[in-house]
Design a binder for this molecule. Structure first.
Ligand code: NDP
Ligand code: 5RP
Length: 472
């Protein structure tokens, strides 16, 4: 039988769809899954692409089915399963073969795997893939980390299977070793913030304005025709329209309000903290998921304090206008934070991350795809990529007009007792960022008072101490 050009391990949601996408683009693919029944089911579902797929019952069979040098994609759960698959592959592979981890790996694991494979003759690529099931099948956004030479060897396949934005492939080499997985992690961190802010606006519409899901759906659908146009806003409208076949109720009304998470949001926040870069909207989004998981405690607290019955103040049409602009302003702050974290990591790890390219390959295929990313790509194309998005001229103008709405929404939500942690964090970040003289002069004085840590003066260089005497 004709050898396959590429291999793939892991036929779950992402792997099976990615394999069909690769096959559809004319690349014969050998596949292996730990549980053989899944391989069988995959082959049966391949339809017209069946002839392009070579099912394998073992790793040895997989290696033998591919034409060397063999590129093999690992698409299994992140963490130990990836190490297990690498360990299983090593004895059956030869020099110049390429192992590509395409799952949501922690970039620190990716860095370690690069080191472990160094000198083995094997090439490693850490590759972030976004777009969920549909994206994997018809065109994801692909973020590659590794050497430019190893990318060159798989570039044709990756660009062929990737999403296209006005004909441009949404796949790119972003830097050495862990760069691709780091960028994917921050993509997901931004995704968390985006989703949380949308959920907060939905909460205001539902609880503050007493609107039903069917009434809220067209609001989001309308917003999707303007500056908020994005995949997440689009699916929000679809989700709110959907009914539960069992009860006939809107699906959202029967879904338990306990959000899951697999780790990438948390890693974004940990890395932001490690780098000393504020990512407060992402942090608030992760914390909101954690708080949501404490359902029993929340129910007990509602009993203790009483259910909130306050309504959101203001004329409905004006409020809807404010909510739309507030969401946009919050989104700008969250993206500013995400890009700032990537700029910090780029410096720290010597990646030289191409910010305009990152914005470009996020314009289609991925979960946070939006029109807005085209504006970011254009803005970063004209500015130093380490500039905070809030200081890029195009965004100074946009944010200047949008922040009063964010302020009104956060203030009214606070008065109505409606939690808007990501929106309010975004606002506080913006206000803190644009405040020339803040209030940490007092923090510095306190630190010096109790710990003799010293402070800088506004009128003299050097380290100074306050006149506290032995008050500490
Ligand atoms: N779902 C999504 O929207 C996205 C997911 N990702 C990432 O892609 C990766 C795969 O996710 P997804 O396809 O959703 O996951 P699924 O749960 O659908 O599939 C998991 C796959 O991993 C395999 N697997 C699990 N543990 C092991 C192990 N110890 N050894 C070998 N194989 C193992 C499973 O094999 P078996 O059949 O034997 O259980 C299965 O093929 C993850 O890293 C995920 O974070 C990235 C982008 C989007
Ligand atoms: O990578 C993805 C989307 O881009 C995956 O869907 C991921 O699982 C989302 O993260 P979480 O499960 O933590 O919400």
């Amino acid at each position: 039988m004709e050898k396959a050009e590429i291999g793939l391990i892991g036929l779950g949601t992402m792997g099976s769809n990615l394999a069909l996408n690769i096959a559809e683009k004319g690349h014969r693919i050998a596949v292996f899954n730990r549980t053989p029944a899944r391989t069988q089911a995959f082959v049966e579902s391949a339809g017209a692409l069946r002839d392009m797929v070579v099912p394998c019952g073992s790793i040895e069979e997989l290696a033998a089915a591919i034409r060397p040098p063999r590129p093999i994609i690992i698409m299994v759960l992140a963490g130990d399963p990836v190490d297990q698959q690498i360990a299983a592959l090593r004895p059956v592979l030869a020099a110049n073969d390429i192992i590509i981890d395409a799952g949501n790996a922690n970039f620190r694991d990716t860095m370690r795997r690069f080191k472990e494979l160094d000198g083995s003759g094997l090439t490693f690529i850490g590759m972030g893939v976004s777009g969920g099931e549909e994206g994997a099948r018809h065109g994801p956004s692909i973020m590659v980390g590794g050497t430019p030479e190893s990318y060159a060897r798989v570039e044709d396949v990756l660009t062929a299977i990737s999403a296209k934005y006005k004909g441009e492939p949404c796949a790119a080499w972003l830097g050495a070793n862990g760069a691709g997985h780091f960028v994917k992690t921050i993509h997901n961190g931004i995704e968390y913030a985006d989703m949380q802010m949308i959920a907060e606006i939905y909460g205001i519409l539902r609880d503050g304005l007493s609107m039903t899901p069917k009434q809220i759906a067209p609001v989001f659908a309308g917003w999707n025709k303007g500056r908020l146009e994005s995949y997440l806003i689009e699916i929000t409208a679809s989700v709110l329209e959907a009914d539960d076949p069992k009860t006939g109720k809107p699906v959202v009304d029967i879904i338990l309000d306990r959000a899951g998470q697999k780790g990438t949001g948390k890693w974004s926040v940990i890395e932001a903290q490690q780098l000393g870069i504020p990512a407060t909207a992402i942090e608030a989004a992760v914390a909101a998921r954690v708080l949501s998981s404490m359902k029993d405690e929340r129910l007990a607290a509602e009993k203790a304090y009483g259910a909130n019955t306050l309504k959101f103040a203001g004329n409905k049409d004006e409020v809807l206008g404010d909510l739309e602009l507030a969401l946009f302003a919050g989104k700008i702050a969250a993206y500013a934070q995400g890009f700032a974290v990537m700029a910090g990591a780029s410096k720290e790890f010597g990646w030289n991350l191409p910010m305009p390219t990152i914005a470009k390959i996020w314009r289609a295929g991925c979960i946070i795809r939006s029109q807005f990313l085209d504006t970011i790509a254009e803005a970063f194309g004209k500015a130093d990529p380490s500039t905070n998005l809030l200081m890029v001229p195009a965004f100074v103008e946009i944010m200047g007009k949008a922040h009063p709405s964010l302020r009104r929404v956060v203030a009214r939500a606070a008065e109505a007792g409606l939690p808007v942690p990501a929106l309010s964090s975004a606002l506080a970040y913006f206000d803190g960022y644009r405040q020339g003289r803040g209030s940490t002069d007092l923090t510095q004085a306190q630190r010096d008072f109790f710990g003799a840590h010293g402070f800088e003066r506004i009128d003299e260089p050097g380290a100074h101490h306050g006149p506290w005497g032995s008050g500490s």
